[in-house]
Design a protein around this ligand. Structure first.
Ligand code: PLP
Length: 458
């Protein structure tokens, strides 16, 4: 195999292969090793402390050292450290967690299936929907629609749903059956003079035409991450989901809300489906379900789908799907305690109470000469760089403006994520107003240095 000009002395001596990392660059830089956590902060191997402005991977809600979750895990480890739910078996934590989730989500009388990650659960939902349509003898109704720039995971099927081309390159993806419609990014895709409502109408029209072209009887489901996060923090424009849901209903296409990031208070309400008045047939959750302390994910399916699955026993016998660790008792016990803490400490109300402050602070960057757009909801925000407010021009890619800013943030003790020239903020939900100030002060310093670099460039 070619070695991309890496000499052996450059090679990182650890044996770990890092996901979502430039493997060759990493050989030269090596890892940043995080040793421990304190509230919204993590501390590296040299004792340097960082505000985790992205809550890890958009995931921990309760911060990095919640003792109650450690205790819940320890209790369950001592009681029953492992068991499964195949062949009618169960453990108490998985049953209780399923009931609690069912009562929390905006789907009445749903049924709950567990997996271990966002990818696994979205992949599971695709299989459930295909299975259901086979039970109903709708064998052609299998295609899945997602939006460009959406993120749904990395398995063969969920990476095919993900609307980011760099996730497909080199992997022979996307697979057949996976279709894309427009990204509802009003800032980037909106036309001059077009209102947000008109833009939403154009997005809906794009979806309608795609369905007409392919034939509604070939399309099974539409998956949406209500706020696109990994693709650049894109909240839905005004009227968008209302129009989209109407089209889906008219065409008998299931609506799956991928709440892997948005679920559990991120947008200020329990689910983004509550924030945006969505009526999904299926909701998928992961990450903040256990405050990301242990791997666990779930799909909550509407009774109408459950009844079809139930009727499938006659046709297919055993429901032949499941993961060894799905609903693992220790993960489930931690998730259960997490949901209790959300309630006991009014975490979602806390998000609402600090969201205005977060909004004020992030909005204050909108007038900066290198900021084109600021987008946010709850405790999720994005800042898109542009050298020109009027034309929305983009910086020359070779300048790596977003990556530069992200590195400067890290130097100042703030971890955030840049997706190209978009900077994302998604702090742990327990963040206080003064910590929000501290986070944005660090960003402000990094931004000033980035602006300096831009002005001196070339
Ligand atoms: N869905 C959404 C909206 C996500 O943001 C992610 C991951 O960030 C996933 C699914 C995939 O989750 P995982 O990385 O746990 O497989």
């Amino acid at each position: 195999m070619p070695n991309h000009n890496i000499t052996l002395k450059d090679v990182d001596k650890h044996s770990l292969i890092h996901p979502y990392t430039n493997l060759a660059d990493h050989q030269r830089t090596g890892p940043l090793i995080i040793e421990r956590g304190e509230g919204i902060r993590v501390i590296d191997q040299n004792g340097k402390s960082y505000i985790e402005g992205l809550a890890g991977l958009w995931s921990t809600a309760l911060g990095f050292n919640e003792p109650e979750l450690a205790a819940a895990a320890a209790d369950q480890f001592n009681k029953l450290p492992t068991y499964h739910s195949f062949n009618s078996m169960a453990t108490r934590p998985m049953i209780e967690l399923a009931d609690r989730l069912k009562d929390m989500v905006p789907i009445s009388d749903g049924r709950v299936f567990f997996a271990n990650s966002g990818s696994e659960i979205n992949d599971t939902v695709i299989k459930l929907i295909w299975y259901a349509n086979n039970i109903l003898d709708r064998t052609e109704k299998k295609k899945i629609i997602t939006r460009k720039r959406s993120y749904h995971g990395v398995t063969l099927a969920t990476a095919s749903m993900t609307g980011l081309e760099f996730c497909h390159g080199g992997f022979d993806l996307p697979l057949d059956r996976f279709l894309k419609c427009m990204c509802p990014d009003y800032y980037r895709e909106g036309l001059a003079g077009e209102t947000e409502e008109q833009f939403s109408e154009r997005c809906a029209d794009d979806l309608r035409k795609l369905i007409e072209r392919e034939g509604a009887d070939t399309i099974a489901a539409f998956f949406a991450d209500p706020v696109i996060a990994g693709g650049g923090v894109v909240p839905p424009p005004a009227g968008y989901f209302e129009k989209v849901q109407k089209i889906l209903k008219e065409n008998d296409i299931l609506f799956v809300a991928d709440e892997v990031i948005c679920g559990f208070g991120r947008t200020g309400k329990a689910f983004a489906s509550d924030t945006y008045n969505l009526k999904p047939d299926v909701i998928t959750v992961a990450k903040a379900l256990s405050s990301a302390y242990l791997p666990i994910s779930a799909a909550i399916v509407a009774p109408a789908i459950w009844e079809v699955l139930l009727s499938g026993s006659k046709k297919y016998g055993v429901f032949a799907h499941g993961f060894t660790y799905g609903g693992h008792p220790v993960s489930a016990a931690v998730a259960l305690r997490t949901l209790e803490i959300y309630e006991e400490r009014s975490i979602f109300q806390h998000v609402q109470s600090v969201a205005d402050h977060f909004a004020q602070r992030i909005d204050s960057f909108a007038s900066h000469p290198m900021v084109g757009d600021v987008r946010r909801v709850g405790l999720l925000g994005g800042i898109e760089f542009s050298p020109d407010h009027a034309t929305k021009a983009q910086f020359d890619k070779s300048m790596n403006v977003g990556a530069f800013c992200s590195q400067r943030c890290q130097d100042h003790g703030l971890i955030i994520r840049n997706m190209g020239d978009i900077i994302a903020f998604c702090p742990p939900l327990i963040i206080s107003e003064s910590e929000i100030d501290e986070m944005f002060e660090k960003f402000e310093n990094a931004l000033a240095e980035t602006w300096q670099m831009v002005q001196n460039y070339g």
